[in-house]
Design a protein around this ligand. Structure first.
Ligand SMILES: [Zn+2]
Length: 168
């Protein structure tokens, strides 16, 4: 059975398959029609409300995928897609920051140690110089004392009597 609509009165005309290509009268208004091979498809136009709803859903999904912070109850796929993309860079950045801080502290530590070592070496060098000065001073005093003693002896030998009296 083939069904089609009357072009004039829009009534539904039914005709057996065997009447394809033959004339048939509209039962309602009497207009003559050639029975079509296939019934013309009546497309139901999609109501604009549906398009608006689809557009809204797509927009929300796109916004959700782009939005940086993770929502509480979201599409599971969007959540899975988003998770690693955001968490790994954050972890890397945190790790990099920590490494940077550690490198800085190590550098500072090395700097401090080398400065302390330099200072210690300098201090020891000054101490050594000071000790050397003291030693030289002591030696000079001993030498002077010795020389004075020698001179005194010589003087005593030249003039034995008065010196003997004075020193004994
Ligand atoms: Zn008709």
């Amino acid at each position: 059975m083939i069904k089609f609509k009357c072009k004039r009165c829009k009534a539904t005309i039914k005709a057996p398959d065997s009447t394809v290509g033959k004339n048939v009268q509209c039962p309602s208004c009497g207009m003559k029609h050639v029975v079509p091979r296939q019934p013309p498809k009546v497309k139901k136009p999609i109501p604009p409300v549906v398009w608006v709803a689809v557009g809204l859903i797509l927009f929300v999904m796109a916004a959700w995928a782009v939005w940086p912070s993770s929502g509480s109850s979201a599409d599971a796929n969007a959540e899975e897609d988003k998770g690693p993309k955001e968490e790994i860079p954050d972890f890397d950045a945190e790790h990099e920051k920590r490494m940077e801080r550690e490198r800085f502290e190590i550098d500072r530590d090395v700097e401090d140690r080398s400065r302390y070592a330099r200072d210690a070496v300098e201090k020891r060098r000054k101490e050594a110089i000071e000790m050397q000065k003291q030693r030289e001073l002591l030696e000079r005093k001993q030498r002077e004392a010795y020389e004075a003693e020698q001179r005194e002896k010589e003087r005593r030998n030249k003039r034995p009597d008065p010196d003997k009296n004075r020193y004994e």
